[in-house]
Design a protein around this ligand. Sequence first.
Ligand code: TYM
Length: 343
Amino acid sequence: MTFTPRVFSGIQPSGDLHLGNYLGAIRRFVPLQDTHDCIYCVVDMHAITVWQDPDDLRRATREVAAAYVAAGIDPKRAIIFNQSQVIQHAELAWVFNCIARIGWMNRMTQFKDKAGKNSENVSLGLLAYPSLMAADILLYKATHVPVGDDQKQHLELTRDIAAKFNNDYAASIAAQGHDGEFFPITEPLIAGPATRIMSLRDGTKKMSKSDPSDQSRISLLDDADAIARKIRKATTDPAELPHDIEGLSSRPEADNLVGIYAALSDRTKAQVLAEFGGKGWGTFKPALADLAVAVLGPMGDEMRRLIEDTTTIDAILRDGAERARVIAEATMVDVRSIVGFIR
Ligand code: TYM
């Protein structure tokens, strides 16, 4: 069976959005609108796998929606919505909880990192998180999922769940009149110079919402002064910039800053080094700060304006949810009868 090309991706409303979320995900969502049907979700049900204060969750949900729009996603062309408004996500996730194996979940590095030594005492939802993620994607039979590198293992698991469902229910799928596979085997889109943006304090650690140091990340709501200050203070080694990519190999901080410059200017790292190779940080950091402020400044202003305009944001989410629900319900009508649920 051939599937219509369709893009799905999601972001958790669980803390301040940062430059890694922007370069690894949101910025890459924008051009896909020209070539694909796109569905961009604010995954509030994923967020509550760890405790979220309800007011903070509402604020963060609107913040992610505002970031989508401020970055250039057109809510009339793409679908923008929050997951909990389309209850079919929870319904399909339950079916997938019964398809996926506990051993698969226990192997997830993100679960192991988040649970730490405390794995008996985290929520059951945190363990089942990847199953809900598979439901997000497969409810829309999405063929392509743009994400940062840290989501790669979850997408492999999504493929495993799709394949096992297709296989376990093959006879029923055929009996319902579908030819071949029911769910697509989704392709991850993990490419470009910014698939893994690192902390500004430590080039070996991922830039993350949960890092206790605010200096480690650039928030999308930081003002120009904060952006410039964080870049100026970013940890670096003393050497000047190399002339080619190989010269970045054992220099994680330099590699990270060159990658950020490349992603913000839609260039490759090699092109950036062709311009800055042989120059010192005294030249590169101010150029990077100017570029970051020029790109992130106007977007932050627009985000702040939209976050205040809750009527507009909530209407975008409601309209998106209505359109998403139509696609999601069509899939669930088939899934229910494939599984054997009577309606
Ligand atoms: P989340 O909310 O942690 O991150 C959102 C997106 O930002 C990317 N990202 C990064 N990219 C580059 N460098 C970084 N330092 C960095 N930090 C985060 C993430 O890879 C992601 O693309 N499980 C997902 C949310 C999700 C989802 C989905 C994604 C739920 N359902 C379905 C795709 C499809 C997550 O926690 O992303």
